[in-house]
Design a protein around this ligand. Structure first.
Ligand SMILES: *Cc1c(COP(=O)(O)O)cnc(C)c1O
Length: 453
């Protein structure tokens, strides 16, 4: 095993490395250096073993250390490490992956456009949606409606579609003709109402927005089936059917951002299958390759693909790494393994329900106002008062997150919400361990606050 000089690495990191989504000054030379991983565990340069309850960044669905994926990359890199799919060429890994993906996708989806990431997928969505309406002879339909606190990536288009206020505040202006509506966040914004009524209300804010803008201007609605980065916000059951009804009624395109929910996270191949909706476009990435190599794409429904193909001529859009052969080979192998090992059925029938029961036990903790989950996505709402659900001062989430690392588990904090998204191969015994470590982190936080002794 390779030896690492932690101090030296930290100093160099601090001196030369601008981290994503990080206060570099605050971090200083304190970064935790992750050096290897196996199964659901990561190891740092000081030898600590940490249960990765976030599957990296919601992506390592098959877990770490899968030799089959390493072999797929190696074989492909020896045979054809790079070629593109521009200008009348193609290569076997991209073709095979396209076929496999469209077999797994709902019936009305038969094409995929490859990208290198989720953000690039959503950039592609913006251009494709606007191009679609241009070809339909309605070029004034340019507005895409997203949601407050939605996350669609970090490029200009991704950040604009997303509804993360702190992102919009930095380095604007954002893209024009993007609007945002309410999120279906019952615990945070609708607790005084019945959840199903609140779900309908949140969905109808889409209808309101369409009416305000004028339907002749509205091109599409984009949302994550379950908001991930916004805090694992699981919409009430009434929400998605009403959204589908509104999109159908006004004839606007529906985009389900499947970057997190895709590839088994909620116990189906795609989150939209769980919620029984029929999106025109599905951006994908993350779990597509279990994060082993960077690859994304947009699954394109027939309504859009047929028009683009039949009437669009050349689409002046694409990335050097669209369908990169090594990435595509790894993604294909990843999908085959998910299928052969029955990983997604297990999430639906076994580990998802088991996780739901164990995770729910955390609701009795003095700091927890709500414990919710769907498939292998979970969230805890930290509250100062379980009667009124009053929140702590900001900072409690990141304090709890630090305590997670201390306790040997990675959870993520989103404001006052703690979230998890473990590898889909997690066993029941490992789920027990996850919940025990989560509880230990909460206890540590409660003690620091003087709430427990
Ligand atoms: C992570 C994420 C993205 C962005 O993907 P990148 O690969 O980081 O560009 C887009 N949409 C959703 C829902 C995501 O979770």
């Amino acid at each position: 095993m390779q030896q690492h000089d932690t101090q030296e690495l930290r100093q160099q990191d601090s001196r030369h490395h601008l981290h994503p989504f990080t206060d570099t000054k605050e971090l200083g030379d304190n970064s935790r250096i992750i050096t290897r991983a196996e199964g659901i565990y990561i190891y740092d340069s000081e030898g600590n073993r940490i249960l990765d309850a976030m599957a990296g960044l919601w992506c390592v669905n098959l877990g770490y250390g899968r030799q089959e994926l390493v072999d797929a990359a190696q074989q492909q890199m020896q045979e054809l490490p790079y070629y593109n799919n521009f200008f009348k060429t193609a290569h076997p890994p991209a073709i095979k992956l396209a076929k496999k993906l469209t077999e797994l996708a709902p019936e009305h989806i038969n094409h995929v456009f490859f990208t290198g990431s989720g953000s690039e997928s959503n950039d592609t969505v913006v251009r494709m949606v606007r191009r679609y309406w241009q070809l339909k002879g309605q070029p004034e339909k340019t507005v895409i409606i997203g949601r407050r606190n939605g996350y669609h990536g970090s490029t200009v288009a991704g950040a604009s579609l997303g509804g993360m206020a702190p992102m919009h505040e930095q380095g604007g202006p954002m893209l024009p003709d993007i609007e945002h509506i309410a999120q279906p966040y019952w615990f945070g914004e609708g607790r005084e109402m019945d959840p199903q009524e609140f779900g309908l209300l949140a969905a109808r804010s889409l209808e309101q927005k369409i009416k305000t803008l004028g339907v002749e201007r509205v091109a599409a609605f984009i949302a994550e089936p379950v908001q991930g980065a916004g805090g694992v916000i699981i919409p009430p059951e009434s929400y998605w059917p009403e959204i589908q009804r509104i999109c159908d009624h006004y004839g606007i395109l529906l985009i389900a951002d499947e970057v997190i929910c895709g590839f088994g996270r909620v116990g189906q191949w795609f989150g939209s299958q769980h919620f029984n909706i029929k999106p025109d476009l599905m951006p994908i990435a993350k779990g597509l390759s279990s994060g082993y190599l960077p690859i994304g794409g947009v699954l394109v429904g027939d309504r859009v693909a047929d028009l683009l193909i039949e009437q669009g001529g050349e689409f002046y859009h694409g990335f050097t790494y669209s369908g990169h052969p090594a990435c595509a080979a790894v993604a294909l192998r990843n999908l085959e393994l998910l299928e052969q090992e029955g990983v997604i059925d297990r999430v639906r029938d076994v580990t998802g329900p088991y996780f739901a029961r164990q995770w729910a036990t955390l609701a009795s903790h003095p700091l927890v106002g709500e414990a919710r989950s769907l498939g292998l996505l979970g969230a805890l709402e930290l509250v100062a008062d379980k009667g009124t659900m009053a929140r702590f001062a900001p900072g409690i989430g990141s304090q709890c997150r630090d305590n997670c690392f201390q306790s040997g588990i990675v959870m993520r904090s989103v404001g006052e919400t703690m979230v998890v998204s473990p590898p889909l191969v997690i066993t029941e015994a490992e789920i027990d361990q996850l919940v025990t470590l989560a509880r230990r982190s909460l206890d540590l936080t409660a003690r620091q606050l003087g709430i427990m002794d």
